[in-house]
Design a binder for this molecule. Structure first.
Ligand SMILES: *Cc1c(COP(=O)(O)O)cnc(C)c1O
Length: 226
């Protein structure tokens, strides 16, 4: 088995500098995060509020940018709002409103990505294009001043069939392009397409990803029984 340092160096050599790598550290030990950090990896992704808060507390002194990538319950936003860099998984107007409300309270602006449902599996969260248009057209949305919509996020179907994965990523890129043209054409912060995980990141890059969320390839297999 290769070390985290070796894995990171291998991946980084493959990546074009305009694609950001988010190291998905869920279930991984603090020491593993520190090892990645020590080779210059500063962006980390977590999908559980409790786990993220605990890791944040232990790693406060490091210059880590934390990304929230899992389903976020509205009533848990308060636990991460004052340190989170980007929330990738905004999947309802209610959640967006709460992020805005707490950001205002903390005198900050929070980076958000709209999560879209692009996979065949129905267990995954996410908006449809119509949902997103309803949000972006609403007067209530225009009153949210403490959020910054930075782009879109999606997860492809977990399958070996490359053509399915590719068409789902292409769909997300099309959604991004439509929203960019119709709502964010003069807004340079709307520029991110968060797609691609360990098993499909190469396809994601070919289809226009700007943010890869990779765990297993960097840290090895996750152990959920610890
Ligand atoms: C776990 C997870 C990843 C990383 O998965 P790997 O297959 O380990 O790269 C990426 N995105 C989300 C939303 C995840 O939950």
């Amino acid at each position: 088995m290769k070390s985290i340092t070796e894995n990171l160096n291998t991946i980084k050599k493959e990546l074009n500098p305009n694609v950001k790598l988010i190291a998905v550290s869920k279930t991984q030990a603090i020491e593993s995060i520190i090892e990645a950090y020590n080779c210059g990896q500063y962006d980390f992704g977590e999908n559980k509020v409790q786990e993220l808060s605990a890791k944040y507390e232990q790693l406060k002194n490091l210059n880590i940018k934390w990304h929230f990538i899992g389903h976020l319950q509205t009533n848990k936003v308060k636990y991460i709002i004052n340190f989170i860099d980007t929330i990738h998984s905004v999947d309802s107007f209610k959640l967006l409103t709460e992020i805005d409300r707490l950001s205002k309270q903390n005198n900050i602006s929070t980076n958000c990505l709209l999560q879209f449902h692009i996979a065949k599996e129905d267990s995954k969260y996410g908006l449809t294009l119509a949902d997103a248009e309803n949000i972006l057209n609403s007067d209530k949305f225009k009153n949210l001043k403490n959020i910054s919509i930075c782009g879109v996020m999606g997860m492809a179907t977990y399958t070996d069939d490359i053509s399915i994965i590719r068409s789902e990523f292409r769909n997300l890129k099309n959604i991004f392009d439509k929203l960019k043209a119709n709502y964010f054409s003069t807004n340079n912060t709307f520029c991110e397409i968060s797609m691609g995980m360990s098993n499909d990141y190469k396809i994601a890059i070919e289809e226009g990803s700007t943010m890869l969320r990779m765990g297993t390839t960097i840290f090895g297999m996750r152990n959920y029984n610890k």
